[in-house]
Design a protein around this ligand. Structure first.
Ligand code: ADP
Length: 260
């Protein structure tokens, strides 16, 4: 009975998730269809066509982000770990996010010193970071600063902000914003699957739970510090391995240098 109840709750949650995604996707398609209709009606005005094409293009980016979330969710459990150069990943991400998050959000990427690669599923890592950045953007409707950073951290007592890590060397990835922050109740439940404070169709409640599951499956953990009205810092720890596995660029970075 207990198991059936749990299963029924899971089905309901999945139904809500599917409904939310269908709703998000419908909005995206409507935005694109609307822009195309308006272009077809008056194609001879280049300024107007450029503006509408820009709107359609933004909508496709939103659509791509929905599919990324869905793929990341569907691919849970079949992770392929490979050495990932974090400095290069953050640099690329900074560029993409600077174009997609909107003009009011300044995106910075800071890498402290030379970093060894982390062993992780590259696509999943990127999807998780994009999700965290999207959360940060949502928390900064009037603009603000999003900082992506990476540093080596020696965890000795097994505890790093409640992440419950085994003592050892970790690479700590941080996504920090200057947004609205979370109240105590939200912070307490934030990493639970399907927990969301966003309106129906805007949030799936899966971003942080996926980030947690991913970091833990990679042998690390997650920690969240947040203060209402001041901002949020989400840290992901990944176990470190010797540097020879790394093939990418970025090892020349000096301590705390922002990535251009
Ligand atoms: P979703 O973003 O779809 O709601 P998440 O699991 O990513 O799902 O986040 C759960 C909740 O945690 C959000 O609804 C929001 O209330 C809170 N939250 C997450 N990230 C932030 C952030 N950077 N700033 C403020 N609140 C956040």
């Amino acid at each position: 009975m207990q198991a059936q109840l749990a299963q029924a709750q899971k089905m309901e949650a999945l139904g809500q998730l599917a409904g939310g995604i269908a709703h998000d996707f419908n909005n995206v398609l409507q935005a694109i269809a609307g822009a195309l209709r308006l272009i077809a009606r008056r194609p001879e005005d280049p300024g107007r066509v450029r503006h509408l094409a820009g709107m359609a293009s933004e909508a496709t980016e939103r659509g791509a982000s929905i599919t990324r979330r869905l793929l990341a969710f569907a691919r849970r459990g079949e992770l392929r770990a490979e050495p990932v150069n974090v400095a290069a990943t953050l640099g690329n991400l900074r560029e993409v996010l600077a174009h997609t998050l909107g003009a009011g959000v300044e995106v910075r990427a800071v890498v402290a010193g030379e970093l060894p690669p982390v062993m992780a599923d590259r696509g999943q890592l990127e999807a998780v970071l994009v999700n965290l950045a999207t959360n940060a953007r949502d928390a900064m409707p009037d603009g603000g600063t999003l900082t992506l950073s990476a540093a080596l951290e020696e965890v000795s007592d097994g505890q790093a902000h409640g992440a419950g890590l085994t003592p050892g060397a970790y690479l700590r990835l941080v996504v920090e914003d200057t947004g609205s922050g979370m109240d105590a109740k939200t912070l307490e439940h934030a990493t639970e699957p399907f927990f969301t404070t966003k309106p129906l169709g805007r949030g799936t409640g899966l971003g942080l739970s996926m980030a947690k599951g991913f970091a833990e499956q990679s042998g690390g953990g997650i920690g969240i510090e947040s203060e209402s009205g001041r901002g949020t810092r989400v840290s992901l720890w990944f176990p470190c391995f010797p540097a020879e596995a790394d093939q990418g660029s970025g090892s020349e970075r000096a301590a705390g240098v922002p990535i251009p």
